[in-house]
Design a protein around this ligand. Structure first.
Ligand SMILES: Nc1nc2c(ncn2[C@@H]2O[C@H](COP(=O)(O)OP(=O)(O)OP(=O)(O)O)[C@@H](O)[C@H]2O)c(=O)[nH]1
Length: 843
């Protein structure tokens, strides 16, 4: 918008002749009106009419402008202009429709005439910005199309009015050029100077091709040669910096036959073009976006006819996009449910979305061109137009793969990878379900826990791969011999769970017995070796004594344990008052108590002297550490109560670790202790010596207390050493390197021991106390002690006799030549700290 000169327009005439001259403004795309002193419209150019008609449908000639524009404040503003004589501007916003908003600047300039009572207003209306620019251009073009006729009428008068034209053009707030017949610029205005970026001096007298490219091309304007006017022609202009400006040109030839004048007005389309390009880019971008989306997108009208489908939608459904357009989507691919049953149109979510106007998500199936059901997940949203629903857009994806993956994951989560049977988790879930309904459906169910007997042998003799294959074959064989309603699972290792659903115990017993026979008759062959195996089965009826899964599982586990204890390859039925089972349960309780005692540090160590048989009074140099535990009330518990449970449930390594740590801590408390102590014996379990992590732990402890190593004597029972011979001898050699010695405990209890003795780096043999205790009156025991001592002597291993309860026994041991003795007759165990303090302060 170009600023107007600040002074009023002064006319030597009255306003009426001036109105004639104003017809030149008919050419302009911007709105111009002349008002009289009462603000009534005397003249309006077509652009002004178009604008006002767009605002109001009424005719505007000679009506009061403010009321027509529906803006009461304009009247005040115009009056202000009339009274003050100043040029005024006013910014306003108008709406052509609810969707097209226009910001305009109104400029009012006072017109003074020769008649002092007569004044008027030169009113221009410039559009500063317009949201919907296409409509703007269209309107401008439209308003000028009707001009041709008017201009023709003007033509004859134009020469006479040339001077006036020049004045008006100069002050016009729009880019305008006046040219002679040679197309030289003879008049310009400020708006044109701004548009082309040149001063008036630079423009005047110049051929118009300096600024207008169309003339540059052809030297003259061919259009003008044949026509009197050009309306809304798109050309380009040239700025002083050679920047090209897109323009719309309106041109009129005045007095074409004599000496023509050409008057031209321009609309700068730069912004419009940029907006257009942005819109084009955006729509191309949107098209690409929609087409490259991996998700299917289609839209339908209210009758469910497809109005659009992207490539993904078409390819998922097996069609071409164009084949889908116009098709009824219910008929084409959405008329059946997954099971093939009909899906009424009212039930399809897209129909519901259109009826309700609310978007929704759905999981459905679409049927592709080949008649295959494709599971899809879709989001359907209504299309609202002019306040009502005109259709819906559906964005969907094929979830076949996702479904298959979920199925696979579910399978993996519920099945055992080796055998393909249900896993423990899935089995316990099904069991929980059965227990939950056990009371309601009054059916009997029997739970079984199957543990293969001596399965380890297959692993040990043929390797793990053979063991795996056996587990696979056996579980398949068992599964094939079950009823359809039974539930079978591999719980882990060589243990299986089996639920005889809806089956009384008597029948279950028969079925389980048959299963045992099948297992023991089964022959497994591996590398030309044949194996047969047994199994032990624990069974329990799911009755009111068994309220939940964990009770049920521990009942059958305990029953299976009893079956093993009673000789394997048999079944045992759980009964609440079963003595063996009670024992087993007590052990299970012990497990929890031992774990708590370890956490709460409720263990402590006692020490008992070991003396040289020759010098029984020299005590506190050799000793054995004995473990005790405080119960929850602080009472002392002997190891016989908790060690079996700790051994059975794999807790001995933890217990041994505690003993080693505590012993080393106390022994290294005072340097004098280690100076006085020769040997301190610590018992280690069979579990610890075959556990590589325990070996690492012990080596680390010895590294932390290097001075204590040579005083430590580690006791291993003969049975533990022999059953884990290779582990035991490896373990002993590693530890001996650090300076520790080894003693074989309870020697003689298994007479196969002599043969292994050669392979074990043993320093002491501890003769089983059962031989020693009765040595006074049992000649066989005497001979056993004598024999053990003699073997030890020959092998350079010192002997220690336990259970020396009196001097008579000590005398016999002296006669035989046994090296050391230990027992209540020599020293009763006492707390380790007390024992150690006596080593440095003997009583
Ligand atoms: N091949 C193979 N062996 C396994 C698998 N899982 C556990 N084991 C072994 O199965 C054996 C099960 O131990 P136990 O049940 O105590 O041994 P068992 O020889 O059957 O002895 P009893 O049950 O007392 O008759 C262990 O040696 C495990 O190492 C497996 O997936 N594959």
């Amino acid at each position: 918008m170009v600023a107007l000169p600040s002074h009023p327009i002064t006319l030597n005439t009255s306003i009426s002749p001036f109105l004639e001259q104003c017809k030149v403004y008919d050419l302009l795309h911007s709105a111009v009106a002349i008002l009289d002193g009462r603000c009534c419209i005397l003249y309006e150019n077509p652009a002004f009419s178009t604008f006002n008609l767009a605002v109001r449908d009424d005719a505007i000639q000679l009506r009061q402008l403010p009321s027509l524009l529906d803006c009461p404040d304009i009247q005040d503003w115009l009056n202000q202009c009339l009274q003050s004589g100043k040029n005024l501007t006013l910014k306003k916003t108008f709406y052509y429709s609810p969707r097209i908003k226009v910001d305009v600047t109104l400029c009012a300039r006072l017109i003074l005439t020769s008649n002092t009572d007569e004044t008027g207003i030169f009113l221009t209306l410039g559009e500063e910005s317009i949201d919907f620019d296409r409509s703007h251009i269209a309107r401008s073009q439209e308003s000028h199309r009707s001009l041709t006729e008017r201009i023709k009428a003007l033509d004859n008068d134009k020469r006479q009015n040339e001077r006036l034209i020049r004045v008006l053009l100069k002050d016009a707030p729009f880019a305008m050029l006046l040219m002679n017949s040679k197309r030289e610029i003879i008049q310009t205005n400020r708006a044109a100077e701004q548009l082309f970026g040149k001063t008036a001096a630079q423009l005047l007298g110049q051929p118009c091709q300096q600024v207008l490219s169309c003339y540059q091309k052809c030297g003259h304007c061919p259009a003008m040669a044949t026509t009197l006017s050009i309306v809304a022609e798109e050309i380009t202009g040239l700025k002083s910096d050679l920047q090209i400006i897109p323009l719309i040109r309106n041109a009129v030839v005045l007095d074409r036959d004599t000496e023509p004048l050409i008057i031209e007005a321009f609309i700068d389309l730069t912004e419009h073009k940029q907006t257009q390009e942005t819109l084009n880019r955006l729509s191309e971008f949107n098209r690409l976006l929609v087409d490259s989306s991996g998700e299917g997108i289609f839209s339908v009208d209210v009758d469910l006819h497809c109005t659009f489908a992207n490539q993904a939608a078409a390819s998922i459904l097996g069609y071409k996009s164009e084949d889908l357009i116009g098709q009824h989507i219910h008929t084409l691919f959405h008329s059946k449910q997954e099971d093939g049953n009909l899906l009424p149109i009212e039930d399809i979510p897209i129909y519901k979305v259109i009826s309700s106007g609310l978007g929704m998500e759905a999981n459905e199936v679409f049927w592709n061109r080949n008649g295959h059901a494709i599971p899809v997940q879709y989001q359907c949203n209504p299309i609202h137009e002019s306040g009502s629903v005109s259709g819906a857009v559906v964005v969907f994806r094929n979830v076949s793969e996702a479904r298959a993956t979920a199925k696979k994951l579910d399978y993996l989560a519920t099945h055992d990878a080796l055998t393909g049977q249900l896993n423990r988790h899935a089995f316990e879930q099904r069991l929980a379900n059965v227990i939950k309904h056990a009371y309601e459906d009054e059916f009997n169910h029997v739970l079984c826990y199957i543990d293969l007997d001596q399965f380890k042998i297959v692993n040990d003799t043929c390797g793990h791969a053979a063991g795996d294959e056996l587990l696979r074959q056996l579980s398949e064989m068992i599964q094939n011999n079950l009823r359809r309603t039974d539930i079978f699972a591999r719980l882990g290792g060589d243990e299986f769970g089996l639920l005889f659903a809806n089956c009384p115990m008597e029948k279950a017993k028969v079925l389980a017995q048959e299963l045992l026979s099948r297992i023991s008759e089964y022959r497994f062959s591996w590398n030309n070796k044949l194996f047969s195996l047994g199994a032990s089965i624990g069974m329990a009826e799911l009755n009111r004594h068994i309220p939940d899964t964990s009770t049920a599982m521990s009942a059958v586990d305990a029953a299976c344990y009893v079956a093993k204890e009673r000789g394997r390859n048999r079944l045992h039925i759980y009964q609440a008052n079963d003595l063996d089972l009670n024992q087993r349960h007590m052990e299970i309780e012990w497990v929890a108590r031992i774990k708590t005692a370890l956490n709460e540090d409720r263990f402590f160590l006692m020490a008992q002297s070991i003396v040289l048989v020759d010098q029984p009074h020299v005590q506190h140099q050799h000793m054995e550490l004995l473990l005790r535990m405080y119960d929850e009330e602080g009472k002392i518990i002997n190891p016989g109560s908790f060690i079996p449970a700790a051994e059975r449930y794999g807790l001995m390594t933890e217990v041994d670790k505690w003993v080693v740590k505590e012993a080393l801590k106390q022994l290294t408390l005072h340097p004098q202790y280690l100076q006085q102590i020769v040997h301190c014996c610590i018992n280690l379990s069979g579990q610890s010596i075959s556990d590589e992590k325990f070996l690492a732990f012990l080596l680390e402890q010895l590294a932390q207390h290097p001075a204590a190593a040579k005083h430590l004597c580690l006791e291993i029972t003969e049975t533990a050493a022999v059953t884990n011979l290779s582990h035991a001898s490896q373990f002993m050699r590693s530890i001996k390197e650090k300076g520790c010695s080894f003693s074989l405990d309870d020697f003689g209890s298994g007479m196969s021991s002599f043969a292994y003795l050669k392979n074990l780096p043993v320093d002491f043999l501890k003769i089983d106390g059962n031989f020693v205790r009765d040595i006074n009156h049992d000649k066989v025991d005497y001979a056993m002690v004598e024999a053990i001592h003699r073997v030890g002597n020959v092998m350079g291993i010192k002997t220690i006799a336990e259970f020396v309860e009196n001097n008579l026994i000590l005398g016999h041991l002296k006669d035989i030549g046994v090296d050391c003795a230990q027992g209540f007759g020599i020293h009763k165990p006492e707390p380790l700290d007390k024992f150690l303090s006596k080593t440095i302060n003997p009583v």
